[in-house]
Write a protein that binds this ligand. Structure first.
Ligand code: BDR
Ligand code: CA
Length: 313
């Protein structure tokens, strides 16, 4: 299998970190475009640079938008990811520099340079991608695939607005632009993530068996793990890693439903909800493959390899 070429829009973030390790273990990574989300843009950009140092790659890091398109965010996710977004470990200043190009412009340039070759992987609020799309609506025609981590397809979100998932809820207008502008994409939602958590003991064995990447992840993951436990979430939940598995190897998907999905922008209780037209009542063309089930063993093997706990076959 030839390696997929990935351009990753991300807000690292602990689960983003695992996804970025996976990408570098399994794919060609053309760049990391950075969004604000889990924590502020200065932190997410620095964390991305830190990850590039860790894997020893020359992956460019493009800083993007510091705020959502329209409204300022109501909440971030520092309580899960740590105030610095990577578990408040206190890493030194990374060596990797920030590229001198805005994330949205880098997305446009790279997809022009390699039309039809790049898989875009969106692991963050969709601000950068929406901006790129508004600058150049022909962007989807140049992209091989788009995989989005976002939404809660039956309304069980993970933010204080009940049905909203974090990435879509942080910047609903951006999500709306992307959901209306891309004619076809894969959606890995929060509820799928909960169905595909790893067993904690098994995951600890991978961390113990792995290399420097496992050691790093074990350190940055502590705060998130504790927060998840306190919230009664069982197992190791890795939303962005799950989306990355779909981006790296589409055959990991066992079952998906092709549906029209919209984003609620106005609801008093529901702003940021992803509304799925499950029974085709709107009469609008379906544009989203909602991933419903994944091959857990394949997903596990990809994560193990990214941690250095499993050698390539
Ligand atoms: C998503 O929100 C962020 O906190 C995670 O990094 C992930 O991208 C899960 O809802
Ligand atoms: Ca993320």
């Amino acid at each position: 299998m030839t390696k997929p070429q990935l351009l990753i829009d991300t807000d690292p973030g602990v689960d983003d970190a695992l996804a970025i390790l996976m990408a570098h273990a399994h794919a060609d990574v053309l760049g990391l475009s950075i969004a604000a989300g889990n924590v502020g843009l200065a932190h997410t950009t620095r964390n991305a640079r830190r990850l590039v140092d860790l894997v020893g790659a020359a992956t460019p890091v493009f800083a993007g938008c510091p705020n959502p398109l329209v409204r300022l965010p109501e909440e971030d996710a520092a309580f899960v990811h740590g105030h610095d977004g990577l578990g408040d470990v206190g890493f030194p200043e990374p060596n990797t520099a920030v590229a001198d190009e805005h994330a949205a412009l880098a997305i446009l340039r790279l997809t022009r340079e390699r039309p039809g070759e790049i898989t875009l992987v969106a692991l963050a609020p969709l601000t950068n991608l929406a901006l790129a799309l508004r600058l150049d609506p022909s962007l989807p025609q140049r992209v091989k695939r788009l995989v989005v981590m976002g939404g809660a397809v039956t309304g069980r979100g993970n933010t204080s607005r009940v049905p909203a998932e974090f990435n879509v809820g942080f910047d609903p207008e951006a999500a709306h632009v992307v959901f209306e502008g891309f004619p076809d994409f894969d959606l890995v939602d929060w509820e799928l993530t909960l169905r595909h958590a790893f067993d904690e003991d098994e995951f600890d064995q991978w961390l113990a068996a792995g290399d420097h990447r496992a050691k790093f992840f074990g350190r940055v993951f502590r705060v998130a793990r504790q927060t998840n436990r306190e919230r009664g979430r069982r197992g190791i939940i890795a939303a962005d890693a799950l989306a990355m598995a779909v981006a790296i190897d589409p055959s990991v998907v066992k079952h998906s439903e092709h549906r029209r999905v919209g984003v609620e922008l106005d609801g008093r209780l529901t702003r940021g909800a992803t509304v799925v037209d499950w029974s085709g009542r709107l009469g609008r063309r379906s544009q989203v493959s909602v991933v419903m089930e994944l091959d857990q063993a394949k997903f596990a093997a990809m994560v193990q390899r990214a941690l250095g706990a499993l050698q390539a076959a």
